[in-house]
Design a protein around this ligand. Structure first.
Ligand code: ZN
Length: 180
């Protein structure tokens, strides 16, 4: 979370090159190894507007993909306090922690896939949360930036204690084991 690439808006992808295809393959591998439900290019040090996502729940087939140059629309947030059990969120760039965060329950994301074909995704619930979380990364926003004051302060203390303010800090999913 100390790395500047995580706190700056990412650039649009102009052309889908072999380099981009390799990056996306690496992102899927990293996301699965973590394991995570989403991964944005800035989280692997690349300031481009790309994210991968993957989510499975009990009833449905696996849902996974990549979206390039996304745009996001959401229905307004429901008012009310976050439910800490139902709505806690985590991030591979702030590993080992979760905090409650209210998100819109329904979103539409449009963009292109790796072949440059248009994609439109209409989702709700956890899938909508994943879309909002990953989209935020492309605008230089980490979910802890959106926490209420009390949780934000707690998160800052944790980050300070673990030395996460330094640029260049990283961990390797599947190799490094994080302590809680
Ligand atoms: Zn994240």
């Amino acid at each position: 979370m100390g790395d500047p690439v995580l706190h700056a808006p990412a650039d649009a992808v102009d052309t889908i090159t072999d380099e981009i295809r390799t990056l996306v393959a690496d992102m899927f591998e990293t996301m699965d190894a973590a394991p995570g439900v989403g991964l944005a290019a800035p989280q692997v040090g690349v300031g481009l507007r790309i994210y991968t996502y993957a989510y499975i729940d009990e009833d449905d087939a696996p849902w996974r993909g990549v979206i390039i140059n996304p745009e996001l629309w959401m229905v307004p947030l429901d008012p009310g306090a976050p439910d800490e059990d139902e709505e806690s969120e985590g991030c591979l760039s702030f590993p080992g922690e979760r905090f409650p965060l209210r998100r819109s329950n329904r979103v539409r994301v449009t963009g292109i896939d790796l072949d440059g074909a248009p994609v439109a995704i209409d989702v709700d619930g956890w899938r909508a949360r994943i879309m909002q979380h990953e989209f935020d990364h492309l605008d230089g926003i980490i979910y802890v930036d959106r926490l209420d004051d009390r949780d934000w302060k707690t998160a800052q203390k944790i980050a300070k204690k673990r030395g996460w303010g330094r640029p260049g800090n990283q961990w390797m999913p599947g190799v490094d084991h994080l302590e809680d």
